[in-house]
Unconditional design. Sequence first.
Length: 303
Amino acid sequence: MIKSVKDLLSAAQKGLKMNLVVAAAQDEDVLFAVCKAAEEGLVNPILVGDENAIRKIAGEQSLDLNHYEIIHVEDLTEAARVSVKLVSDGKGDFLMKGLIDTAILLKAVLDKEIGLRTDRLLSHVMIYEVPHYHKLIFLTDGGMNIEPTFEDKVKITQNAIDACKAMGVLTVKVAAIAAKEKVNEKMLATVDARKLQEMSERGEFGEGVIVEGPLAMDLAVSAEAARIKNFKSNIAGETDVLLVPTIEVGNGIGKTLTYLAGAESAGIIMGAKVPVVLVSRADSYEAKLNSIALGSVIAAYSK
């Protein structure tokens, strides 16, 4: 089981070396992270984009591109399509966003002809290594689905479970987060959370999965809080996945962990045939490198 970011990087380094296709690789921060990931033995990069711009950035940052394949495509929409087709054709194992709008890349990912779509919903999964928590914690979905329906939450949960399994979590413990622990018909988050728990109890998420809800945040991450409140739980203080009801909740928790709790992080989009690394310009170099490692580990697990 991968319990830390250091473990994650080590697993990517020691595992199967995956081919990473970077769409519109002429992005300074992304190109630097990708080249460093390659130097550390995490991936084999395939750089798609404006070759002149890519080489100019590489020269400015003293990056050696001699061992990397570069496919020259100037148009961003075409760069997205070429990148996705490389993965669809089996020449790449996972995908990363460069200097391109997310919507353009995801349109290519979901293209019926050349894309990587499945019957699943695309959802964002973040992992955090928090100083005061004893293992990695997964957070979903604070990046893609704005106000998911119950059916969406089922698919978001499954995507997170798959990410956990790829990271070696034997029993995945999912906390369906709400503002209180009792079901209240006026609070949809509590209703959906209980329905997810009932699905889990029926075994609909498969073996080695426990979903509980509704759970307030304190109960999800603190066995002591559960003891004080006399709340019986199989996952309190041992939660792997925080399943949030809306994007605002996930976004708020994630940025709080990063900026106030000093958490290290990595993020990935699940639900396509392969993982998709989507990083923000505000993400640190470490977060970008960690996300590449996460994508590599999940892609290798799927082989």
